[in-house]
Design a protein around this ligand. Structure first.
Ligand SMILES: [Zn+2]
Length: 718
């Protein structure tokens, strides 16, 4: 089954919330002895002051306290500023070493503190972290501007020649040059000042959006008094809802907590139509209640500020600015791809809607299908058409078995890598587990953290991130984390997940493999630090192993009987793979187009209030099916307002084009073989952003990517 999961990749620029392609720079060996800042008393015992003593510099969570961040940020900002000034004011002739490499090495303490901070801010936040985030977002944005708008520095960078540099160093030089240009180093002094203010405001509003939304999601759940209204949910789901209500101070009731997407997983099973409607409307309206957590005003401000930023930078609109270093390069190229997909998607969704309406009529429902009915009846259509019942499948997907005997096993078969559980590394939450990853020759490769379960302190969705990024120059190896929001089972119960959840796990681990196999000299070009419209390619490729017969046989084991999944059930899963693809593609493409529309506005007066803008955008692109709302509604579209996917949500589809095409190549060349794995690792997973990625793709498959495999994969063409 091919679908884009709920994943958010936050690794790439996790700590750069000011939505630029710039990065705070990497660590340096010499910085801790920097005399100008060494007398700082408050940093004496700060865990970010020196490299972690743990393997691969894994964070010392047993020592890190919330109170360590502020002094580390302040010290780190000062330290990097001094380092950058020294580079800018260096009287020597600018060289790759004394400028680019020096920049790449600057900001050691800051980087160390930020990377842990932003991981915690997503995975285990609290009021202290939220307040710090709010306080420092504009400060970090201003700091980044100080570096990238520094004229002396830019002139130096510009003057450095590529001659004599190795391939990766050349790429790093180009990368820095482009970052300076994208940031506005070419601008006049007055324009630069204006831009700095806009960047700080953007950072503040983006943080404000995230904090509001987290609270809105927390408060947006539906409280149910009578268990009868939950008819259709499993006993485990009901006891989880009871536990959630109790935790929220409502013992004896049931709380249906919201997931971050429009559709809520429980809608599939809830028999009571009124409860379904309540839950759907709670999801849809979570951040537009006119209260303190209403995000509409913030969203509108962000959109206008982004246009202003683009105009200062000499572009027509934000998307044009944003896409210049992506594979797509222009908003037109991205839109063209989406248009090729939206028509067949909507046509298919219409047919699916008819199937659902027929079923409702057969059952004498006496109503017209609404979005809160879709998954409930789609599930029945699926059962009728494919005889496939999610509840029949779930017992074969026990969470740890899926991980170790499925996800890890596939990586072992394809790449030859192995995993060993570690119990000695400190973690930031008792639910987190750790593994060490070994290469095919037995050499240690990376440390891998895993954080399965949902909690109020965690953002919604699933993602991969780094605690330490790989770099030969810095002598660092990858330390990686995958976060999910699976329901924690009641004590003593097995954790059973849906097939969707299974593919999400393969997906996120695909990102992790991209990080694990990183083999770069420079951090900035390492691992998943690639354009956004490429980054989902390795993760989507990895999803395919979920249904590989060899892999599936190994992990899909009934949690009680220990029997492997019967072939008949596997056949059903495969046959149902293109089921509901009209809906799923439409909700995805409409969200992607909505994002692109928000960011291709070229005149301030063309903005409308958030909800009106969304309505007009959907209508204009032919998304007229009210039963298929976008995957994210503007007020809670966190990817684009809080995360780094602004004018970038199309990246999932762009990457999927690469994925579907490359997958056909792998399938046609023997599938799960070590030879294919080595080839994919060589051309795609290990090159980071150190080569031309369009070329890398072509080297892997021997051809340019084509959209047909994607259309085939989603069942739109034969
Ligand atoms: Zn992803």
């Amino acid at each position: 089954m091919k679908k884009v999961t709920t994943s958010v990749l936050m690794a790439v620029l996790a700590f750069n919330i000011s939505c630029s392609t710039m990065k705070q720079n990497s660590t340096t060996e010499v910085a801790t002895t920097n005399q100008n800042t060494s007398g700082d008393e408050s940093m004496k015992n700060n865990p970010f002051m020196t490299k972690s003593k743990l393997q691969y510099e894994a964070p010392e969570f047993d020592k890190i306290k919330d109170s360590d961040f502020k002094p580390a940020f302040d010290y780190g900002l000062k330290q990097q500023e001094q380092e950058v000034n020294m580079i800018a004011n260096n009287r020597m002739v600018p060289s790759f070493e004394n400028t680019i490499v020096a920049l790449e090495k600057s900001g050691e303490v800051l980087k160390r503190a930020q990377i842990v901070f932003y991981n915690l801010s997503s995975a285990n936040t609290n009021p202290t972290i939220q307040a710090l985030d709010k306080e420092y977002a504009p400060i970090f944005a201003a700091h980044s501007d100080k570096i990238y708008l520094n004229e002396f520095l830019y002139n130096k960078v510009k003057s450095i020649k590529e001659e004599g540099l190795d391939q990766e160093s050349k790429k790093l030089l180009q990368y820095y040059k482009q970052n300076f240009e994208i940031a506005g180093a070419n601008l006049s002094a007055a324009k630069k000042e204006e831009l700095k203010q806009v960047n700080q405001d953007l950072a503040s509003f983006s943080t404000q959006f995230s904090n509001k939304l987290l609270e809105a999601r927390k408060q947006g759940g539906v409280l149910i008094s009578d268990v009868k209204e939950l008819d259709g949910l499993s006993a485990d789901e009901i006891s989880a809802a009871a536990a959630d209500a109790k935790a929220a101070g409502q013992p004896g009731k049931y709380l249906l907590a919201l997931q971050n997407t429009t559709q809520q997983p429980m809608l599939q099973n809830l028999k009571n139509r009124a409860t379904r409607e309540k839950l759907f409307k709670a999801s849809w309206g979570r951040a537009e209640k006119g209260d303190a957590n209403d995000t509409r005003d913030t969203v509108e401000k962000l959109a206008k500020l982004r246009l202003k930023k683009a105009q200062i930078l000499g572009k027509q609109n934000f998307a044009e600015w944003k896409l210049q270093d992506q594979m797509a390069k222009t908003p037109e190229a991205a839109k063209q791809l989406m248009d090729q997909l939206s028509k067949p998607a909507v046509e298919t969704a219409k047919r699916e809607a008819n199937d659902i309406q027929d079923l409702i009529n057969q059952q004498k429902g006496g109503f017209k299908v609404e979005p809160w009915d879709w998954n409930f009846y789609a599930e029945q259509v699926r059962k009728a058409k494919y005889d496939l019942d999610d509840n029949e499948i779930k017992p074969y997907f026990e969470i740890t078995t899926v991980l170790e005997k499925g996800v890890f096993y596939a990586a072992e078969k394809f790449y030859g890598i192995t995993f060993k559980k570690r119990t000695d590394l400190p973690v930031y939450h008792p639910d987190v587990v750790t593994y060490e990853v070994f290469d095919h020759d037995g050499k240690s490769l990376a440390i891998y953290y895993l954080d399965f379960y949902t909690r109020d302190s965690k953002s919604g969705g699933a993602w991969m991130s780094n605690f330490v990024e790989q770099s030969h120059m810095m002598g660092t190896k990858p330390v990686i984390v995958n976060c999910y929001n699976y329901q924690k089972p009641a004590p003593g119960k097995a954790s059973l997940i849906s097939y969707d959840d299974v593919t999400t796990m393969f997906h996120e681990f695909g990102h992790s493999l991209h990080g694990i196999f990183a083999n770069q000299k420079y951090t900035s070009l390492s691992g998943t630090n690639v354009p956004r419209d490429f980054v989902e390619f390795p993760s989507q490729i990895n999803e395919h192993w979920a249904l590989d017969p060899v892999v599936l046989k190994n992990y899909a084991i009934h949690y009680q009987t220990k029997k492997p999944i019967p072939q008949t059930l596997v056949d059903k899963i495969k046959k149902a793979a293109t089921f509901n693809q009209g809906y799923m593609t439409t909700e995805l493409v409409s969200a992607a187009i909505l994002d692109m529309d928000w960011h291709t506005v070229s005149k301030d007066s063309d903005f409308k209030p958030a909800l009106d803008f969304e309505k007009a955008s959907l209508l204009q692109h032919g998304f007229t099916l009210g039963t298929v709302p976008p995957r994210y509604h503007t007020p809670y579209f966190a990817h684009i307002w809080g995360g780094g996917y602004s004018a970038g949500y199309y990246a999932y589809i762009w990457s999927e084009t690469l994925d579907a095409d490359a997958w056909e190549w792998i399938r046609d060349n023997g599938g799960l073989t070590r030879e294919n794995g080595d080839r994919f690792r060589k051309y795609i997973l290990s090159v980071g952003n150190s080569v031309d990625l369009n070329k890398a793709f072509k080297e892997f498959t021997g051809r340019n990517p084509d959209i047909k495999p994607l259309l085939r994969n989603r069942g739109f063409i034969k």
